[in-house]
Ligand binder design. Structure first.
Ligand SMILES: O=c1ccn([C@H]2C[C@H](O)[C@@H](CO)O2)c(=O)[nH]1
Ligand SMILES: [Zn+2]
Length: 139
């Protein structure tokens, strides 16, 4: 388990990360912040492209960055966009990519005011396909 002050920091970092979003086509900024098991926080934002389908979501930007920096064990991710009235979950592609690194980490859906709802991959991606279904573990 981890401490509530770490959740507060994670939430603050995902809100900051949203400000870095490169989203000239959708004007829909998204921020993500991942807490590693070692206590590091790695952030990401969505990065769009003139060839629209090449856009990468904030959550996947964060996880690719975390893995590239040597992290594979995660405790939590906080995600935010500009929608004020509801808690918004990651897209399906991001749910699958998060699943690659286990189901035991917490997901904090965060509103612009910093309020959040805690959920999980088990809730967001039931009956999922996961690395455990493969004969090899993908190392
Ligand atoms: O989970 C999601 C869903 C969407 N987006 C981004 C992609 C695109 O840049 C913009 C509008 O879809 O929001 C994310 O970053 N994460
Ligand atoms: Zn996504």
């Amino acid at each position: 388990m981890f401490m509530s002050h770490q959740v507060a920091e994670l939430v603050a970092k995902c809100l900051q990360a949203r400000d870095m979003a490169y989203c000239p086509y959708s004007q829909f900024p998204v921020g993500a912040a991942i807490l590693t098991s070692g206590g590091a926080i790695i952030t990401g934002c969505n990065v769009e492209n003139a060839s629209y389908g090449l856009t990468v979501c904030a959550e996947r930007t964060a996880i690719q960055r975390a893995v590239a920096e040597g992290h594979r064990s995660f405790t939590a991710i906080a995600v935010t966009c500009d929608i004020k009235d509801s808690f918004v979950g990651p897209c399906g592609a991001c749910r699958q990519v998060l699943m690659e690194f286990g189901t035991e980490w917490d997901i904090y859906l965060t509103k612009p005011d910093g309020s959040y709802k805690k959920t999980s991959l088990r809730e967001l991606l039931p009956l999922a396909f996961s690395p455990a279904h493969l004969a090899e573990d993908g190392n």
